[in-house]
Ligand binder design. Sequence first.
Ligand SMILES: Cc1cc2nc3c(=O)[nH]c(=O)nc-3n(C[C@H](O)[C@H](O)[C@H](O)COP(=O)(O)OP(=O)(O)OC[C@H]3O[C@@H](n4cnc5c(N)ncnc54)[C@H](O)[C@@H]3O)c2cc1C
Ligand SMILES: *[C@@H]1O[C@H](CO)[C@@H](O)[C@H](O)[C@H]1NC(C)=O
Ligand SMILES: *[C@@H]1O[C@H](CO)[C@@H](O)[C@H](O)[C@H]1NC(C)=O
Ligand SMILES: *[C@@H]1O[C@H](CO)[C@@H](O)[C@H](O)[C@H]1NC(C)=O
Length: 469
Amino acid sequence: MSDSDGPPHYDTIVVGLGAAGATAAATLANAGRRVLAIEAQPRVGGRVHTVALGDGVVELGAEWIVGTKNSRVFDVATQHNITIVPQDPTMLAYLSDGSPADTQLVGQLLLQVEAQGPSTPEAQGNFTTRKIMEEITKNHPHLLKDEDFISGLLQFLNLYINYLEGSSDWNDVTTGGDYEDLEGHRSVSWARHGYNTFFDIMLNTYNGGPGLPNLDIKLNKEVRVIRAPQHPTERVTVECGDGSTYEADNVIVTVSLGVLKDKYSSLFSPPLPENKQTAIEKISMGVLDKIMLQFDEVWWPLNVNRFGFIWKQEDSKKVPVSDHWVTKIIGAHRPVGSTNVLTLWTSGDIAKEVETLPEDQVKTKCVELLQRFMGNTLNITVPQPAAIIRSTWYSNPYIRGSYTYDNILTPHYPDARDWLARPLVDSSGAPRVLFAGEATSRRHFGTVHGAGETGHREAMRLVNKSYKN
Ligand SMILES: Cc1cc2nc3c(=O)[nH]c(=O)nc-3n(C[C@H](O)[C@H](O)[C@H](O)COP(=O)(O)OP(=O)(O)OC[C@H]3O[C@@H](n4cnc5c(N)ncnc54)[C@H](O)[C@@H]3O)c2cc1C
Ligand SMILES: *[C@@H]1O[C@H](CO)[C@@H](O)[C@H](O)[C@H]1NC(C)=O
Ligand SMILES: *[C@@H]1O[C@H](CO)[C@@H](O)[C@H](O)[C@H]1NC(C)=O
Ligand SMILES: *[C@@H]1O[C@H](CO)[C@@H](O)[C@H](O)[C@H]1NC(C)=O
């Protein structure tokens, strides 16, 4: 529509074009609604971001399709005959003294970590420590006298939880909550297609497609204020950082919980209801970051995809305080999409700290770390990386973290995610400001499929009820 036609009439404005926003926008556009999607960043995808590195592509954000049954993401890939690749999650473990750890033992214990929680919710660390000590006492009693190994192992399992949740400590995480895994393989990679392909398919730009006819997309445009009307005949207005204003019958807000925590008091007029504010404050936004190193030649073992780093206390004690963060890197991982890259993972407060460190320093320390755990064991000198790239999800003003997790307050606020999801209605009860995004999913938060589900949920709320002025 050209400017001379006057401002286009939109049924719905979608704020943010991550998995939730893209799903909402596509669902509405395909149902014949006129949709405007406004995205602050110069690209579509949000916490999905595929970039070229090494001889292929890597994922700065979401890496896997986590479970395949009833997954919108898996279905989209398979329906378009995209070759996706299940990745074997077996982990080879190394010790900080440059010797291999008992990989079978570590694998068994990792399974314990993912075991079903107790009926009364408790802190994850307390629960897991108990489970692990039971398992060791029962099946590996000879380890009990090696206190240094046990404490290193518990440290490592703490990091493993933080890597799954984005938390800073496993006792911040609850064993309670309603999270559910999807059935099926939980590490399916988009491989050389990249996770971004999900967005190309959803928005009909895959293979040079023309996009969706009812959907206008504006990138590089930050929404600053969303005004919700009380009166049924008034429209919602959305004010942007560049001074532009748009109107529609309703708006679906998909910004992350991290952005809401930062901005909710200025983003909404009138202010949000109290239970929504409570939800925003009580739910935790975790941080998970990746450091990706490209090498000219592959020097690591090819029979597994994950390498775990277990510190012995006597070794970690010798690391200077300023380098403490290197002892909190869970390990390295081979991305499916690029054969000559290794990914190192950080989480929680350590990830936030590493985001602020100079790149050269991070690179040097990471090579030392790889040398200590892998190089020494393999009896090789780890070469200098040809390139390094890092994710900075916490510093990113439009994301402010990686994904939400259920913290130890969750059992006291079991409905918080539903409060977050509840639409703001006008005086006739029609939803005007709707909320989607992974944080609004009680069972599937923290995932791309969960985010997609929430976008679909809110789009269908509008399509089914046919709320229109
Ligand atoms: C490092 C990492 C690894 C992950 N690994 C996996 C994985 O393996 N598998 C998995 O399923 N999930 C994974 N996730 C989680 C998954 O990426 C997210 O749950 C999902 O992508 C969130 O989608 P969303 O639409 O809810 O939010 P987002 O992707 O955050 O989308 C919200 C959009 O809103 C935009 N925005 C923010 N503020 C404004 C504003 N004021 N105006 C306009 N636009 C705005 C943002 O730029 C963003 O594009 C991972 C995430 C990270 C960070
Ligand atoms: C996928 O492959 C099947 C079988 O070869 C074919 O019938 C179908 O049209 C393909 N779908 C797409 C979207 O290419
Ligand atoms: C974990 O257990 C310790 C020791 O029993 C206790 O002091 C602590 O409060 C527990 N943590 C949480 C968060 O419940
Ligand atoms: C390690 O490698 C060097 C040089 O390749 C070799 O001389 C040495 O014997 C090796 N040491 C071990 C323990 O394999």
